[in-house]
Design a binder for this molecule. Structure first.
Ligand code: ADP
Length: 188
């Protein structure tokens, strides 16, 4: 089972990912967490990613895809095919690359792409209360613009394949989680 979680910054992907990985016994792969881990360890990849993240821009596809490929090579994932991707793919080129990578490791296909749909007013409010270094107003605006330009087409990519599960992301964490679980069951 391969599930993708899509949503604007501040849409609740991280919170819902934790619930979903526990409920469905999936390995959580968050591109944002992987970048932050590299940053914390001061690796060359982290230093490169920092400039993009601080500006609210996407890290280049080639770099991001290589990092995900490395992650997929680890034994908890390789050949097992039980993964929840959070924050990846964020561009159509990344979505194409993911299909190829999953094929290479024999992990099966993407089963469903969950889109957590929230209004821009809500995401701006939520991020204002979060206090991460890339959560200041200017950077938030850039991240939202990147979402609209680069990631909304990814929603269309999975919709065209009949894999999209779009859920209303407003309301409590429990509400949204229930909607996602119901959507995934209906999608099977
Ligand atoms: P959010 O969804 O709240 O923006 P993330 O933790 O998913 O937070 O991402 C933080 C930053 O990491 C992004 O603004 C971007 O710079 C970088 N990033 C994360 N995932 C990707 C990706 N798939 N492609 C390119 N850049 C990414």
């Amino acid at each position: 089972m391969i599930v993708i979680l899509l949503g604007a910054p501040g849409s609740g992907k991280g919170t819902q990912s934790e619930r979903l990985t526990a409920a469905l016994d999936l390995v959580h792969i968050s591109s944002g967490d992987l970048f932050r881990d590299h940053l914390g360890r001061g690796t060359p990849l982290g230093e490169l990613a920092r400039t993009y993240m601080d500006a609210g821009a996407l890290v280049p596809d080639e770099v991001t895809i290589r990092m995900i490929a490395d992650r997929l090579d680890r034994p908890d994932v390789h050949g097992k095919g039980r993964v929840l991707f959070d924050g990846f793919p964020r561009t159509v080129a990344q979505a194409d690359a993911l299909d190829a990578l999953l094929g290479e490791i024999g992990a099966g296909n993407v089963g469903a792409a969950v889109f957590i749909d929230v209004s821009e007013t809500t995401v701006v409010e939520r991020m204002a209360g979060r206090g991460r270094s890339d959560d200041n107003p200017d950077v938030i605006r850039t991240r939202l613009a990147a979402f609209r330009r680069d990631t909304e087409p990814v929603i269309g990519f999975y919709r065209a394949q009949g894999k999209l599960v779009a859920v209303d992301g407003e309301g409590t964490v429990d509400d949204v989680f229930e909607r996602i679980m119901a959507g995934l069951v209906a999608c099977e």
